[in-house]
Design a protein around this ligand. Structure first.
Ligand SMILES: *Cc1c(COP(=O)(O)O)cnc(C)c1O
Length: 450
């Protein structure tokens, strides 16, 4: 094997072997040493082995240990070994996944994975799919299809003629809409601020009884999996009400949509299949490498017309041309790792991973409650919100936890209360990781109030 690939594989294996015995956040010295990667661009070439050596020596210690089992910040997930291995192979392939002609294997893996995914996530069997960078671009993609359809219905071709002079589109979101959906609306010319906001309940769910008055053309954005509480909007009821008024329903299910893959949890997202487009991440709960998101659109033609390009040098294939469904044309073959993860885990393995991480979240919540910490949310999925008293104490506890480095949790403000978020989405988190983290959190609380 080429020595440099052998070297990189050995460094990567060494990194993963130690990722669980180092502090989760990098120490300050590691951050200072990042300057060693800079300096003027050398005039002369450097030996490649030396570059990989430098990258590992300086770069690896300045990573956050998100591939380990005790990072509970944001909603991250790690990387399944097989997904990482597939990623390496795909890197060697260096496929341009835009066209069937430039990569038959990328096209085939996307098509196969798409079929498996819609079955797993209980979406309509023949819906269209796009393999994008993350849930932000997945929402952008779904909402581009939405924009096309709702304006087409009133005689306006938005993809050809743009939004200038077009009929106004009403966009409905909840008070708890994820900022990435607003950003997508901005990118699409629908406006980040030009939205009707629906109030939410105590878990952050859009109140289905509080939908505003609106008329078509209209788009309603719902959420399954609130980033703080894990709660899901009542998608079925909202779809019925929205469809009765001629609106399109888009679902932000960045992580929450994966509840559908578990027979034990799918009731949480009941009715989600009634929507018109869906955005989710694969790099979160499916535990594949960045960057990997998925958009699904009930009507595949709409997705195609919103995203396709034509040029005389691009041959029209009878097979799937992946780049005609995504904002990007040239791009990496994201279907590779998704296929490898699904093929390895199988239907039961995916469900087990989702259920296991939710069980860890419940154990965290039970352990915190037993120590008289206040859990602010109903722990229905993989998210726990905990308060340690007033805002100042909660913030001090979070700082101590991050400094100690046994685990990593971040802060948030939940309906006026300062809180710490515990998000469990990593395939490798073990019972022992949870118990060690609980101990570290409770120790931090003791130190904060001492
Ligand atoms: C993470 C997240 C997003 C954004 O996803 P990216 O992959 O970072 O683009 C959107 N919505 C929700 C609910 C999320 O948790």
């Amino acid at each position: 094997m080429s020595p440099i690939l052998e070297q990189a594989a050995a460094k990567a294996a060494g990194y993963l072997a130690e990722v669980n015995s180092r502090p989760v956040a990098p120490d300050v010295n590691a951050l200072v040493r990042l300057a060693e990667l800079g300096g003027p661009l050398p005039d002369l070439p450097t030996e490649a082995a030396g570059v990989i050596e430098l990258l590992d020596r300086v770069g690896s210690p300045a990573t956050v240990a998100t591939s380990g089992g005790r990072f509970f910040g944001f909603v991250h997930g790690g990387t399944l070994p097989v997904a990482l291995a597939a990623n390496w192979l795909a890197g060697a392939w260096d496929q341009n996944a835009a066209l069937y002609t430039s990569s038959p294997v990328a096209s085939a893996l996307e098509e196969i994975s798409l079929g498996w995914l819609v079955g797993l996530l209980r979406l309509p069997a023949d819906c269209g799919g796009a393999f994008v960078t993350g849930a932000t671009m997945a929402s952008f993609t779904g909402l581009a299809a939405a924009r096309r359809r709702v304006l087409e219905a009133v005689g306006w071709d938005v993809d050809a003629d743009g939004l200038q002079g077009a009929p106004a589109v009403s966009v409905v979101v909840s008070e708890e809409v994820h900022p990435s959906v607003l950003k997508s609306l901005g990118l699409l010319g629908l406006g980040r601020r030009r939205v009707l906001r629906v109030p939410v309940d105590g878990q952050g769910r859009m109140r289905a009884d509080a939908l505003p008055d609106f008329e078509a053309p209209a788009i309603v954005c719902v959420q399954v999996g609130n980033v703080n509480t894990g709660a899901s909007d009542q998608v079925g009821a909202i779809c019925d009400a929205a469809h009765a008024r001629g609106a399109w329903v888009h679902v932000d299910g960045a992580f929450g949509l994966w509840a559908a893959a578990s027979p034990a949890l799918s009731h949480l997202v009941a009715g989600v299949e009634k929507a018109d487009s869906w955005a989710t991440d694969a790099h979160k709960w499916l535990n594949v490498p960045y960057d990997s998101g998925l958009a699904f659109v009930r009507d595949p033609e709409l997705l195609y017309h919103a995203m396709s390009v034509a040029a005389s040098y691009i041959p029209l294939a009878e097979h799937r041309d992946p780049g005609l469904f995504t904002p990007e044309l040239s791009r990496r073959a994201r279907g590779v790792e998704i296929w490898a993860a699904l093929r390895t885990l199988g239907r039961n393995g995916v469900a087990a991973m989702i259920e296991r991480t939710c069980r860890h979240a419940r154990r965290m919540a039970d352990g915190l409650r037993a120590a008289d910490c206040q859990v602010l949310n109903e722990v229905v999925l993989n998210q726990v919100l905990v308060s340690f008293g007033d805002a100042e104490t909660t913030s001090r506890v979070i700082d101590i936890i991050q400094d100690q480095g046994v685990c990593w949790c971040g802060g948030t403000t939940w309906q006026g209360h300062a809180a710490m978020r515990v998000s469990v989405a990593n395939w490798s988190t073990s019972d022992e990781d949870v118990e060690r983290s609980l101990e570290a959190i409770l120790e931090a609380r003791r130190l904060a109030s001492a």
